[in-house]
Ligand binder design. Structure first.
Ligand code: NAP
Length: 326
């Protein structure tokens, strides 16, 4: 299998290499691309050195079975269509194509069926959306999800390596705000992305749109507040969900305990520091909300793994299976 990663030197790109190593899928050729800033950098795949190449249009005229993009929406918009001409499947981590009706937005355990027989660009969803739709999809099948209120607690690695650098510099005493609108160390910032006319931020609107699209619930009522917190890895969310049917807590807990890609904690809770290198969505503190047709729970996921690289590699694995490549 011939594979390329665009944005290989970033937080997500480096984790993609790790997730590909962990997948044990035989790869005959792995090309790594980044910007001019990465000239001369060598990365390793299964201890084999691979020199990072500078991305140009002609790089992507080469045929690959799969090309992973993890270099932001601007790079994806320019280069993913070029790659799609020459290669089979392009898996993009950015927000560049998620809203396009013809592009599948995929969390394999929820709507991986969309990959069967597909070639072209596949969009990898927003990190916080991936982790919440996994348990919500299980609960929707049981009780019929109709309304969602979510508050997130998102780590600085969600902003890439500059987010981590900003927090670590401030921890050493810097008063430079770095890439955030306020100091993030010892603080929480209720803004991720710019604000829109609706009063919601870009990140919040992404979660509204993407939850509806992935869960195939176009009429789902959603209100999200996204918040940046001084955590390095791991996004958390407080989720409040309203359903059509009366919710039996035991039934909900059993279903979550048995579902793929979910770890459910019955009598304890989980924090970002607890999840280590897990690629699962972690759910706990399940209880009724204001009435017995509602549920509220706490949810944690590794944003760079589950929220980006591991989901992208899972899309790759599932597509490779459907297409007989694996
Ligand atoms: N971090 C997360 O938790 C997360 C979660 C979900 C989705 N995402 C999305 O994944 C993408 C990457 O995020 P990240 O966190 O990995 O960011 P990052 O750490 O800032 O890395 C960005 C990567 O893009 C490359 N790049 C930037 N401009 C380029 C250009 N003109 N040509 C070629 N390569 C270029 C960079 O190369 P250089 O090193 O050479 O600059 C680097 O490899 C973004 O779209 C982000 O929204 C991130």
């Amino acid at each position: 299998m011939k594979i390329a990663i665009v944005g290989a030197t970033g937080e997500v790109g480096r984790m993609m290499i790790t997730c590909l190593e962990e997948s044990n899928i035989p790869i005959s050729e792995l090309d790594l691309y980044a910007s001019k800033r990465s000239k001369g950098i060598t990365l390793y795949y299964n201890d084999n050195p691979i020199k990072v190449r500078i991305l140009t249009e002609s790089s992507l005229c080469k045929h690959y079975d799969y090309v992973f993009f993890s270099a932001g929406a601007g790079v994806a918009k320019t280069y993913a269509p070029i790659a799609a001409e020459a290669s089979e499947v392009i898996i993009d981590n950015s927000s560049g194509f998620r809203q396009e009706a013809s592009i599948p937005l995929v969390v394999p355990a929820v709507n991986g069926d969309l990959l069967a027989g597909y070639s072209g660009i596949v969009a990898n969803p927003n990190c916080s959306t991936i982790q919440i739709v996994l348990p919500l999809s299980v609960l929707d099948k049981l009780f019929g999800l109709k309304q969602l209120v979510v508050s997130t607690y998102q780590s600085v690695s969600g902003s890439g390596h500059q987010g981590i650098a900003t927090l670590l510099n401030q921890r050493k005493g810097s008063t430079d705000k770095g890439i955030y609108p306020n100091i993030i160390d010892q603080n929480v910032i209720p803004q991720i992305g710019g604000f829109l006319d609706s009063g919601y931020s870009q990140e919040e609107e992404k979660m509204h749109f993407e939850s509806r699209k992935i869960l195939r619930l176009p009429k789902l009522k959603v209100s999200v507040t996204t918040v940046r917190v001084p955590v390095i890895y791991g996004h958390s969310a407080s989720v409040y969900a309203q359903f059509d049917k009366t919710v039996d807590i035991n039934v909900a807990e059993n279903a979550l305990s048995q579902a793929a890609t979910i770890v459910y904690y019955q009598n304890s809770y989980v924090t970002p520091l607890d999840i280590g290198n897990s690629n699962d969505s972690h759910a706990c503190r399940l209880r009724h909300g204001c009435d017995n047709k509602s549920l509220t729970f706490w949810n944690v996921g590794h944003n760079v793994r589950l929220g980006a690289a591991a989901n992208a590699v899972e899309i790759f694995k599932q597509h490779a299976q459907y297409s007989g490549r694996q």
